[in-house]
Design a protein around this ligand. Structure first.
Ligand SMILES: Cc1ncc(C[n+]2csc(CCOP(=O)(O)OP(=O)(O)O)c2C)c(N)n1
Ligand SMILES: [Mg+2]
Length: 597
C-alpha cells in the first residue's frame, strides 16, 4: 500500500451531510476495508464509483460464488473482515453457497446485497427476489437498511457482528437508498474483548487437568481465530500432553513440535487417534467437536467415551452440544488457556510423574504412523488395485507425499472436497496458524481455488496453493480469469483422475460398481486450458517431476504468474467420506431387483 492510500483511508469525523453512498463507503473505510470482491452491477454503482478515492480495491471476479469464497479466504488468513458485493437478484443468489461455506468456517465475511428498489418491491420487476429469507439460516446477523438515513449505522453493525459472532453477516440495501442526502456520523468499529470464561468452570477444569494421568489437548479452529497458539504450546508443555488437531485444522498446532500428533477425523493421523483413545482427560480447546470430525477412521473408534472432557468454545451454544462434557467453558481460547496456565503453574500435577512414559508413547505412535505412511504407496482394496494395475499414472498417495516434501515454508494451502483432497489430510503439516483453508463442514466442491485467491490478496508475500480434484476444478477454474486480470498469482494443483472420485467410491463400496455420472470423460487438457487463459499450465506425469514443479510454481508467484499443475493420477480411491451414512441397497419393486444387494 502506498502512503497516499493510507492517508485516504481515514474516515470522515463528526456528524455531517453526505449521500448514503458516501456513508456506506466511509463506514467501510472506518472498518479498515481495503479490498472488496464482486462483480460490477448497476445496483451499487453510485457507491462503487467512490471506491478508488476511498482507497478500496474492487476485485472483479468471474462468478459471485468465487467472490464469496475469496472474502472467506481473505478473512481466514487475516483475521479481518472479508467483503463481497453483487448485483441484486441473480448476483446475490450466486452468493448463497459461499456464504454457507463461510458460516461453517466461522469466517467474518460481510455479504453486501443490494436489493431491488424499495418503491417497486413486491411488484416483480427486474432482478427481484426476497433476499433476507434466503440468507437467514447461513448468516449470524442480517442488517436491512430500512431507511437511507441509517446506512452508516447498519453497515457498521454488520461489520461489528461478523467479528463478534465469527461468521458471515448480510447487509441488505434497497438500491434506491444509495441516493439522496442524509446527515450522519460514521460509527467507529466496536471491538468486544472476550474473556476467559467463568471462574468456577476454569477452577473445575484446572482440577481435572491437575489430576489427569493422561491428558490430551485437542486444538481446534478457535485456537487459530484467537491467535492462541503460543498459549496452547505453553499449556501443552506444562502438562507434557500430546496435542491433536481437530478435523481440517492441521494448522492449529505446529507440526514440528514434539507433542504434536496430527489431525483427528477423516483421513487423519492414526497416532493422534491412538493417543486420544488413551486419554483420561481431554481438553477440547477452541473446538465445537463437530460430529463429522470425530467419526471412526482407519477402523479406529478412538473417541475416549470414558474420559472427562473439558470443552472451551467462544460460542456457549456449542458447549456439550455434540459430545457430553464434564466442564464447559464459554471463553476465548487464548484467555482461557492463560487462565488455566495460571491455575496449574507451580502445582504438582499427576501427569508429571508419568511424563517420560507418555513422551515415549507419543514418539512411538508418531514414528509408527510415519512409517506406515511411507509404506502406504497405493490403496490396497481390490478395485483400486485393478484400476492402478495397468496405469502409467502416479499413485495419489505418493504424489501427495512429494507435494508435502516440496511445500514451501510458510505456505498457505486450501483444499477442496474430493477423495484425493481428503487423503491429503494425512500429508498436510504446518508450522504456523492461518495456513490451511479446507472446505470445512459445508463441504462444497469448488471451494479451494477461489478461497486461496482471497487468501493471497490478504497475504501476498506467502505462497498460495490450492489442492483441487478435477471435478471440483471444472466448477471453479473460471476464476483463473481473476488471477490473470487482477494479477493475483497462485498455484492450483489439480488432481486429474478422470472422475468424481469421492462419489465413485460409494458406487464401488455400496452399488456393485454400477457407475452413474461419476466418470469425467473427454475432459480438456487442464494445462492447455490454463495457458489459453493466460496462466501457466504444466502436465505432470512422473513422481520425480512433482516436487520441482511445485517449487517452480511457488517461485513463479513471486514473479506474478499463476500456474496450474495438472497431476495425472490413477483412478484408485481412498476410504470414503460417509461410510457411516450409506447402506447397501434394498429394492422391493421387481423392475429394480437387479440393483439389490
Ligand atoms: C457443490 C458440490 N456438489 C457435489 C458434491 C458431492 N461430491 C462430493 S465429493 C465429489 C467428487 C469430487 O470429485 P473431484 O473433485 O474430481 O475429486 P476426487 O474425488 O476425484 O479426488 C462430489 C461430486 C459436493 N460436495 N459439492
Ligand atoms: Mg477427480
Amino acid at each position: 500500500m502506498n502512503t497516499m492510500t493510507e492517508t485516504r483511508n481515514l474516515p470522515v469525523v463528526g456528524r455531517q451531510k453526505m449521500t448514503p453512498s458516501e456513508a456506506f463507503v466511509e463506514t467501510l473505510v472506518a472498518q479498515g476495508v481495503k479490498d472488496v470482491f464482486g462483480i460490477v452491477g448497476s445496483a451499487y454503482m453510485d457507491a462503487l464509483d467512490l471506491f478508488p478515492l476511498a482507497g478500496i480495491r474492487f476485485i472483479s471476479v468471474a462468478h459471485e460464488q468465487g467472490a464469496g469464497h475469496m472474502a472467506d479466504g481473505y478473512a481466514r488468513v487475516s483475521g479481518r473482515h472479508g467483503v463481497c458485493i453483487a448485483q441484486n437478484g441473480p448476483g446475490v443468489t450466486n452468493f448463497v453457497t459461499s456464504t454457507a461455506a463461510a458460516y461453517w468456517a466461522h469466517s467474518p465475511v460481510v455479504v453486501v446485497t443490494p436489493e431491488t428498489g424499495s418503491v417497486t418491491l413486491g411488484l416483480g420487476g427486474f432482478q427481484e427476489t426476497e433476499q433476507l429469507p434466503i440468507f437467514s439460516r447461513i448468516t449470524k446477523y442480517q442488517a436491512h437498511v430500512n431507511n437511507k438515513a441509517r446506512m452508516a449505522e447498519l453497515t457498521a453493525r454488520a461489520f461489528d457482528r461478523a467479528l463478534l459472532e465469527l461468521g458471515p453477516t448480510q447487509l441488505n440495501i434497497p438500491r434506491d437508498f444509495f441516493y439522496g442526502d442524509i446527515e450522519c456520523e460514521i460509527p467507529r468499529p466496536v471491538a468486544i474483548e472476550r474473556g476467559a470464561g467463568g471462574e468456577l468452570a476454569l477452577n473445575a477444569a484446572a482440577e481435572l487437568l491437575a489430576d489427569a494421568q493422561f491428558p490430551v489437548i485437542l486444538c481446534g479452529g478457535g485456537v487459530i481465530m484467537a491467535d492462541a497458539l503460543a498459549e496452547a504450546i505453553r499449556l501443552a508443555e506444562l502438562l507434557q500432553a500430546p496435542v491433536c488437531n481437530s478435523y481440517l485444522h492441521n494448522d492449529s498446532f505446529p507440526a514440528g513440535h514434539p507433542l504434536w500428533c496430527g489431525p483427528l477425523g477423516y483421513q487423519g493421523s492414526k497416532a493422534a487417534m491412538k493417543l486420544i483413545a488413551k486419554a483420561d482427560v481431554v481438553l477440547a480447546l477452541g473446538t465445537r467437536l463437530g460430529p463429522f470430525g470425530t467419526l471412526p477412521q482407519h477402523g479406529l473408534d478412538y473417541w475416549p467415551k470414558k474420559a472427562r472432557i473439558v470443552q472451551i468454545d467462544a460460542d456457549a451454544k456449542m458447549l456439550g452440544l455434540v459430545k457430553p462434557v464434564s466442564v464447559g467453558i464459554c471463553g476465548d481460547a487464548k484467555a482461557a488457556t492463560l487462565a488455566l496456565i495460571a491455575r496449574l503453574s507451580g502445582r504438582t500435577l499427576a501427569c508429571q510423574a508419568n511424563r517420560n512414559t507418555r513422551l515415549g508413547v507419543i514418539r512411538d505412535e508418531k514414528a509408527a504412523w510415519e512409517a506406515e505412511l511411507d509404506g502406504w504407496s497405493q490403496e490396497k482394496d481390490a478395485w483400486s488395485l485393478e484400476v492402478a494395475k495397468d496405469s502409467s499414472h502416479m499413485h495419489p498417495r505418493q504424489m501427495l507425499r512429494e507435494l508435502e516434501r516440496a511445500m514451501p515454508d510458510n505456505a498457505m494451502v486450501s483444499t477442496d472436497i474430493g477423495n484425493i483432497c481428503s487423503v491429503s489430510n494425512s500429508y498436510l503439516r504446518f508450522q504456523r496458524p492461518r495456513s490451511m483453508f479446507a472446505a470445512m463442514s459445508f463441504g462444497n466442491c469448488g471451494y479451494a481455488f477461489p478461497t486461496i485467491i482471497g487468501a493471497k490478496v490478504a497475504a501476498p508475500e506467502r505462497a498460495a496453493i490450492a489442492y483441487v480434484g478435477d471435478g471440483a476444478w471444472g466448477m471453479s477454474f473460471g476464476e483463473l480469469q481473476t488471477c490473470v486480470r487482477e494479477n493475483i498469482p497462485v498455484t492450483a494443483v489439480v488432481f486429474n483422475n478422470g472422475q468424481w472420485g469421492a462419489e465413485k467410491k460409494n458406487h464401488v463400496d455400496f452399488y456393485a460398481n454400477r457407475f452413474v455420472g461419476v466418470n469425467l470423460d473427454k475432459q480438456p487438457s487442464w494445462a492447455a486450458v490454463a495457458k489459453a487463459m493466460g496462466a501457466e499450465g504444466q502436465r505432470i506425469d512422473k513422481l520425480s517431476e512433482v516436487g520441482p514443479a511445485l517449487r517452480a510454481a511457488a517461485k513463479a508467484q513471486g514473479e506474478g504468474r499463476t500456474t496450474v499443475l495438472e497431476m495425472m493420477v490413477t483412478r484408485e480411491l481412498g476410504d470414503p467420506f460417509r461410510r457411516d451414512a450409506l447402506a447397501l441397497p434394498t429394492r422391493h419393486l421387481a423392475k429394480y431387483k437387479a440393483t439389490a444387494a
